[in-house]
Design a protein around this ligand. Structure first.
Ligand SMILES: [Zn+2]
Length: 232
C-alpha cells in the first residue's frame, strides 16, 4: 500500500484545515453570534413586557370602571337631596356616602400603584429597546468584519480545494475514503507516524499485537484517537 500520495494530500490539506479552523474560531464571528443572542434575548424580554403592560392596562380599566360606579352612586345620592328624608335615612345615606368615598380612596390608591407599575414596565421597555439597538449595531459591525475575514482567504481556499481535487485522483480510494471520513470528524492530522511504540497523534502506547499488525498491514487505526497510524 502506497501512502506517499495521501501524505502529500494531507500536507496540502493542512493549510486548508488551518484556514477553516481560523474561520471557525474567528473572533468577529463569535462576537456576532453573541450579539445575535443578545438581540434575541432583548426581543423575548420586550414581548414579555408587552404582555405585562397589556394585562396592566386591563387592570387599570377595571379599576377605572369600579371608580366610575362608586362615583355615580355618590352623585345619585347627592342629587336626590335629603329634604324628604327622615333623620334616620339621612344618617344612613351619610354613612353610605362615607363608605363609598372610602372605596374611592382605595381605588385611587390602586390606580396609583398600577400607574407606578406601568412606569416601571415602560422604563424597562426603553432600556430593552436600547440594548436591542446597541446589539444590532454591534452585530452588523462584527458580521461585516467576519465577511471581510472570509473574503480575505476565499481565493486561497478555492485554489487549495481545486489542487486537492486534482491530487485526490492519485490517492488510493480506500485511503482517501478513510481520510475524508475522519476529516469530517474534525480530526487533524489524520495520518500519523508511529513514534516508538506510540501513536504519533495522541502518544498513547500501542499494544504489541497492534504493532505486529502494523508491520503486516502498514496502517492501523488508533483505538484511542482514531487517527491512522503508519510505519515508514
Ligand atoms: Zn492515537
Amino acid at each position: 500500500m502506497n501512502i506517499e500520495q495521501i501524505l502529500n494530500y494531507q500536507n496540502l490539506d493542512g493549510e486548508l484545515f488551518k484556514i477553516e479552523k481560523r474561520l471557525k474560531d474567528n473572533i468577529n464571528k463569535k462576537n456576532a453570534n453573541i450579539m445575535r443572542e443578545n438581540m434575541k434575548t432583548a426581543q423575548a424580554h420586550s414581548l414579555k413586557l408587552e404582555e405585562k403592560a397589556s394585562k396592566l392596562l386591563e387592570d387599570i380599566d377595571k379599576v377605572k370602571k369600579q371608580f366610575k360606579v362608586q362615583q355615580d352612586k355618590i352623585a345619585q345620592m347627592v342629587e336626590r337631596g335629603t329634604n324628604s328624608l327622615s333623620d334616620q335615612e339621612i344618617e344612613k345615606t351619610n354613612s353610605l356616602i362615607e363608605k363609598l368615598s372610602q372605596n374611592l380612596t382605595i381605588l385611587e390608591k390602586n390606580l396609583t400603584s398600577l400607574a407606578e407599575s406601568m412606569n416601571v414596565i415602560l422604563s424597562d421597555f426603553n432600556k430593552t429597546i436600547k440594548s436591542f439597538n446597541s446589539a444590532k449595531e454591534k452585530y452588523s459591525k462584527f458580521k461585516e468584519g467576519f465577511d471581510n475575514d472570509q473574503r480575505a482567504v476565499e481565493e486561497r481556499q478555492v485554489k487549495l480545494e481545486n489542487e486537492l481535487k486534482a491530487l485526490a485522483k492519485k490517492v488510493d480510494p480506500k485511503l482517501l475514503e478513510a481520510y475524508e471520513k475522519r476529516r469530517k470528524e474534525n480530526i487533524f492530522p489524520i495520518f500519523v507516524e508511529l513514534k516508538g511504540n506510540s501513536c504519533g497523534g495522541c502518544h498513547i502506547e500501542l499494544p504489541y499485537a497492534n504493532i505486529a499488525k502494523l508491520d503486516s498491514d502498514k496502517i492501523l487505526t488508533c483505538e484511542h484517537c482514531h487517527r491512522i497510524i503508519y510505519k515508514k
